[in-house]
Design a protein around this ligand. Structure first.
Ligand SMILES: [Zn+2]
Length: 339
């Protein structure tokens, strides 16, 4: 029983490969944050080392150790902050030392299981040296070792690394799948499950984190209030906001991506309200504000700004100057003409 919710296409592909003993020696899981990449990677590690007749059982000693990160043969390699760097701002990356340690460990036989599994989380943060070092390992497969790279954006990885992996894309779940899973597995009741499913954009892990940690929704509400303020603010305040985002971007570009996704979500809702589809908006808790704001814009203005947000996200992905991109975006918030 695979624990990951949805992802049927990818799960059945992996299941068939397991049955035929035709596994790739390296996988690349690509998907949005919280869509289930790590859950699936751990599930695959369980399936490879499970002691039951129908792996992954989730219950045997091996499966349980893997679920609680205590299995000697399953290792997760992730980003660390390189605070000792001589540069002014610490770099967040997966360094070459981490990859060398992993290679050393990969050369030893499995300690307690059948396979060694190395999960490289947020592989887009591999430093150039680390990626080159990893490439050597991927080019010379050794026996019972499987590498699973996880990334939100494989365009940030060297093509040489991607070409050595079997690439599997994890699409967002349907809102109904998220809602059902929240109900059946986490006991969340209907109105809240529906609300969280809408906000999650198909990323169940986000909805689960919002159940476990009140701060997630709190932070979202604060960002949303700020967003509404900025739409109504003068240029000076908008530039100050852009500067704050730039400072965040330099520390953690993922956070700025989240904020821009909120902007996109808000303007999509404005569009839906404008065309009379307010029963399918995401921010149902802000419906009155959306209706009020949509009244002040023409449809073309809303569409135009949605394009601007998407263009800004794309430019940031392509490593454009964040200050320029974000300031231009703040300047292009349309002016409300009426309402
Ligand atoms: Zn098991």
């Amino acid at each position: 029983m695979w624990h990951v919710v949805g992802q049927n296409r990818v799960v059945s592909l992996l299941q068939r490969s397991l049955e035929k003993e035709a596994l790739a020696h390296a996988y690349l899981f690509v998907g949005s944050p919280h869509v289930g990449k790590m859950t699936l990677a751990l599930n695959l590690a369980q399936a490879l080392n499970c002691e039951a007749s129908e792996p992954p059982c989730g219950e045997c000693a091996s499966c349980q150790k893997i679920a609680s990160a205590k299995h000697a043969d399953v290792q997760i390699i992730g980003v660390t902050s390189n605070g000792d760097s001589a540069e002014a701002k610490p770099r967040v990356e997966i360094g070459i030392d981490q990859i060398r340690q992993m290679q050393h460990s990969a050369n030893l036989p499995p300690f307690e299981g059948r396979y060694k599994v190395f999960i490289i989380d947020r592989a887009e943060f591999l430093s150039n040296e680390a990626a080159n070092c990893l490439l050597k390992t991927l080019e010379e497969p050794v026996g019972e070792v499987i590498f699973i790279l996880l990334t939100v954006n494989d365009r940030l990885l060297p093509a040489t690394v991607i070409s050595r992996c079997q690439r599997l894309e994890l699409p967002p779940l349907a809102a109904s799948e998220v809602e059902a899973a929240l109900g059946s597995r986490w006991g969340v009741e209907s109105p809240k499950a529906k609300f969280l499913a809408g906000l999650s954009h198909g990323c169940l892990g986000w909805a689960v984190s919002a159940i476990i940690d009140d701060g997630v929704l709190q932070q979202r509400a604060e960002r949303m209030d700020r967003l509404i303020d900025i739409i109504n603010a003068n240029y000076e305040e908008r530039f100050a906001y852009a500067a704050q985002l730039v400072a965040q971007f330099n520390k953690n570009r993922g956070l700025v991506q989240e904020v821009l996704d909120l902007w996109l979500e808000w303007w999509r809702d404005l569009l839906l309200v404008k065309v009379g589809c307010d029963n399918v908006i995401t921010n149902i808790d802000h419906k009155a504000a959306l209706v009020d704001m949509a009244g002040g814009y023409k449809l073309a203005q809303i569409k135009g700004f949605i394009n601007s947000i998407q263009a800004a996200e794309e430019q940031l992905r392509r490593n454009a100057n964040p200050r320029l991109v974000l300031e231009v975006l703040m300047l292009s918030i349309p002016r409300r003409k009426y309402g």
